[in-house]
Ligand binder design. Structure first.
Ligand code: ATP
Ligand code: MG
Length: 547
């Protein structure tokens, strides 16, 4: 790497496609951007220093490629980047940065100082942004050190939204720890108020987990290693003997980028159902690598979420990879107090229902009839299967909705008149609902046009569906978009699923059993209630005292 970085302004058509936005919300967001820059510059050691929760000082130093004197001033220009040049580059992003926006955004809300040198230069460069930019020669090791003084000095309103310096420092620490887990081979160090708060020497992923999350955690991890043609999932997950009350120790990285995703968490947790008490959450450090063409990181201004064009296969892969890693750990016995069974599981092969704990698959389902208009009773090679028709259908619809199977236009569109409050509530969710297949268009005032229904719900009464979703929106406001999407899918699935008491034809029963067999996680509904119970032939023989 050398002085050739060639930072260039992005052409307007590329700028337009970038999900720009306020990237700098708090000290931790500055630290995140600067660490990403260091990683993109191939640093092998990154040191972070903060004072007063990052408000008076943030400094991130690396031993990466550095910037040439000619390039430094460009680095702080808006939409100037060395990483992406054309529209085609945006479709396959290999670096963490691509908008050419971070440094310029930081420079607008703080006093910025960059000290840098490339390997080819004898003398380094210092740039200060205070009013106009000043560039001068300066002594510097190879690499880059970016210092951010007096964050938000010119935007006092922003400061008001910050938490205490102690809490902001904690958020910075979480950020450093997260990236250190993503890049175990890179050394990380964090100084808080002059005191060493975190030191992570270059390590293997497992050693890094020990440093970041504790030795006791590292000792309780199981390795995950799973590969398909164009997709790899690896890392570590906790043995079922270890669990936490929250998801804070679940880390997901897609192509080296930390991502937050409620869906990935759900997929991780499925194989634990029945192995870990339901109120406990597994710990995980999971890396996924796939063709960058299939990942769109350009959807979230802070790049914390990615959109996957192969969503279904990625999420399925995570569940399978974890299931495989957990195979040696038995399910808890049915009937353990406080646990309902059967628990969520992933079919070993498509078309086979595996009843957790039983250790074999239930295939060749043949519906016998309905019981109480609530349960579908089916015969299988292994025994008698009793399916809760609502729970099973709900799970099938839920998975299909999250799988984004597309939508079908409503012709004519349905005009709905909402209250002002409902309209306000709905407005910010239009994008999310469109993702699920419900295209809703503002039609002046608080009137809206419902233009399409999700493919799995085309048989639904549109108005009832919309009302059910509206009910859910106040809760969704408190959630991150991925969790909100999951919640809305759950509500839609629940509303649309057949109910207990609905009479089903043989054909409908057969279809439901087929769909259930094709589900990833057929054993439970999205709320975790069992979707079916298997009465095995062995069980019957025991009951009838034949053995
Ligand atoms: N630590 C660093 N080492 C070497 N070059 C750097 C470093 N930090 C920034 N640069 C250079 O400055 C440019 C601008 O950085 P900036 O973070 O503003 O944008 P970006 O990383 O290209 O995109 P994004 O806004 O998505 O982060 C980078 O493209 C890179 O060439
Ligand atoms: Mg950057």
């Amino acid at each position: 790497m050398a002085a050739h970085f060639a930072i260039r302004a992005l052409p307007p058509e590329v700028v337009e496609r970038i999900a720009a936005g306020e990237v700098i919300e708090r000290p931790a967001s500055v630290v995140k951007e600067l660490i990403e820059n260091s990683l993109d510059a191939q640093a092998s050691a990154i040191s972070v220093e903060i004072r007063d929760g990052g408000l008076s000082l943030i400094r991130v130093s690396d031993d990466g490629s550095g910037m040439s004197r000619a390039d430094v001033p460009l680095a702080v220009e808006r939409f100037a980047t060395s990483k992406v040049h054309t529209l085609a580059d945006l479709d396959a992003i290999h670096t963490l940065g691509f908008r050419g926006e971070a440094l310029s955004s930081i420079a607008t809300v703080a006093r910025l100082e960059i000290l840098t040198r490339t390997r080819d230069e004898l003398e380094g460069t210092r740039l200060r942004t205070e009013g106009r930019h000043q560039v001068e020669p300066a002594a510097s090791p190879v690499g880059t050190s970016v210092t951010v003084h007096d964050l938000f000095y010119n935007t006092p309103a922003r400061r008001k939204f910050l938490k205490s310096p102690l809490r902001e420092a904690e958020l910075v620490r979480e950020t450093v720890v997260r990236y250190s887990l993503a890049y175990p081979a890179v050394a990380f160090r964090l100084l808080v108020g002059g005191r060493e708060s975190y030191v992570a020497p270059p390590a293997t992923p497992l050693e890094r987990i020990g440093v970041a999350l504790g030795r006791e955690v590292a000792d309780e991890m199981v390795e995950v290693a799973w590969e398909a043609a164009d997709l790899r999932v690896w890392g570590y997950v906790s043995r079922p003997t270890l669990g936490r009350r929250d998801r804070r120790s679940q880390f997901f990285f897609i192509n080296g980028r930390p991502v937050r995703s409620g869906l990935l968490a759900v997929m991780l947790e499925r194989p634990y159902a029945g192995r870990l008490p339901p109120e406990r959450r597994p710990l995980a450090v999971l890396y996924t690598r796939l063709d960058p063409h299939l990942v769109d990181v350009n959807v979230h201004p802070r790049k914390e979420e990615v959109r996957l064009s192969q969503e279904r296969s990625v999420y399925g892969a995570v569940a399978r990879a974890v299931e495989e890693a957990l195979a040696p750990y038995p399910h808890l016995e049915p009937g353990v107090p406080g646990l309902a069974w059967p628990f969520g599981d992933v079919p070993a092969e498509p078309g086979a229902l595996r009843e957790p704990g039983a250790g074999y698959a239930v295939g060749g389902l043949e519906p016998l009839g309905q019981l109480h208009n609530t349960y579908v009773v089916a015969r299988s090679g292994e025994g008698l299967l009793v399916v809760d028709q609502h729970a099973a259908h709900e799970q099938v619809l839920f998975e299909r909705l999250l799988g984004a199977e597309g939508q079908r236009p409503l012709d004519p569109p349905l005009r709905v008149q909402l209250t002002t409050r409902e309209a306000e509530l709905l407005e910010p969710f239009l994008g999310l609902l469109a993702d699920l297949g419900l295209e809703i268009e503002p039609f002046g005032g608080s009137t809206f046009l419902l233009r399409s229904l999700p493919e799995p719900l085309v048989a639904q009464e549109p108005r009832a569906l919309l009302e059910a979703l509206l009910d859910e929106l106040p809760e969704c406001r408190k959630l991150d978009p991925e969790a909100a999407r999951e919640r809305l899918a759950m509500k839609a699935a629940c509303t649309a699923a057949v109910k207990a008491g609905d009479v089903l034809t043989m054909e409908e029963m057969r279809a439901l059993l087929g769909d259930l067999q094709a589900a990833w996680s057929p054993a439970t509904c999205p709320h975790g209630r069992p979707a079916f119970v298997l009465l095995t032939v062995e069980e019957l023989e025991r009951r009838f005292m034949r053995r």
